[in-house]
Design a protein around this ligand. Structure first.
Ligand code: NAD
Length: 288
């Protein structure tokens, strides 16, 4: 079967160009650019790389970027204070709490100190509740990127059977909610799901965010299935692999995202789009 490769790089480039134009319009209208603030507790190399990539895309699209870097031994109280300060700053429109946080810091507790209207990664319980009710404007960026990729490649979801493997608050649950909002019939699978293959073989759409390299194999898929792999697993040699056995799955799937180069490139663009949405909402409320 010839498989369509769902390349994320080309749509990410198009989306960046659109975003640059939209940010220019916002900046002209309000005489200042939208601003993203990233709160990062130091000490994680992968997180440093991600923050650098966010700074770069902000620079190239005209969005203002502020990095609040906290030392590794930051207390929970200091972290929460930083989130409260940025939430209260009218020049900041979006706040991203960079993960992972070193122990014993709690992201779940910290996020409660973030104004949900600036929660551009959709991790606040209010954001999750709004999404569950289909009323959300700020959606977690990784699943938003997955949906954008499906849309870009003209893959329709209405009436399709879709499985999401992984139920994390940041990827699995919101992706399941987005698939449901698009009128797919959704099954949410997790580590206690019995016979994952039997569930997946029923589905036309399979999305995976489990953090388990090669978890989904070709024999678990229905011929022609569309496979969205969110997994980012760093191997011993430094290379990146997904949660799907790409070679085996590609022989069965109708369309599949590569790793790297699939969902990843679209994620950052979704973050900036989310900041722009938050900025428009806040400025409109201020000027009304
Ligand atoms: P997580 O560890 O919070 O959640 C993993 C989920 O997978 C859990 O719900 C667990 O129940 C499920 N799971 C684990 N083993 C399973 C199994 N054998 N069968 C079925 N389900 C199983 O992980 P996360 O933060 O959602 O991240 C998952 C993956 O997605 C990681 O590889 C991560 O790097 C990647 N990720 C990618 C992006 C992106 O931009 N593409 C963003 C965030 C995370």
């Amino acid at each position: 079967m010839s498989t369509i490769i769902l390349d994320g790089r080309a749509p990410a480039q198009e989306l960046r160009a659109e975003l640059r134009a939209d940010i220019a319009v916002f900046t002209e209208q309000y005489t200042h650019p939208p601003q993203l603030a990233v709160v990062q507790v130091q000490g994680d190399a992968a997180s440093d790389r991600y923050v650098r990539s966010i700074r770069k895309i902000c620079n190239t699209t005209g969005m203002a970027f502020h990095l609040a870097q906290l030392p590794t031994d930051t207390t929970q109280a200091t972290l929460e204070q930083s989130l409260r300060q940025l939430s209260a700053d009218p020049a900041v429109h979006g706040v991203l709490l960079q993960m992972p946080l070193p122990a014993p810091l709690s992201a779940e507790q910290a996020v409660l100190h973030l104004d949900y209207r600036k929660d551009v990664d959709g991790i606040h319980p209010i954001s999750a509740g709004l999404l569950a009710q289909g009323r959300s404007t700020l959606v977690p960026n990784t699943p938003a990127g997955g949906m954008e990729l499906l849309h870009h490649y003209g893959i329709t979801l209405e009436g399709k059977r879709a499985a999401m493997v992984g139920r994390s608050a940041i990827v699995g649950r919101p992706m399941a909610a987005l698939l449901l909002l698009a009128n797919a019939t959704v099954t949410l699978c997790h580590s206690r799901t019995l016979d994952l293959g039997a569930v997946l073989r029923e589905c036309e759409i399979v999305a995976v965010a489990a953090g388990r390299p090669g978890l989904v194999t070709g024999d678990m898929l229905r011929p022609g299935a569309v496979v969205i792999d969110f997994g980012i697993n760093v191997q011993d040699d430094g290379s990146i692999t997904g949660d799907v056995d790409f070679a085996g799955a590609a022989e069965v799937a109708g369309a599949i995202t590569p790793v790297p180069g699939g969902t990843g490139p679209v994620t950052n663009v979704m973050l900036l789009r989310s900041v722009l949405t938050a900025a428009r909402n806040q400025e409109a409320a201020r000027h009304s």
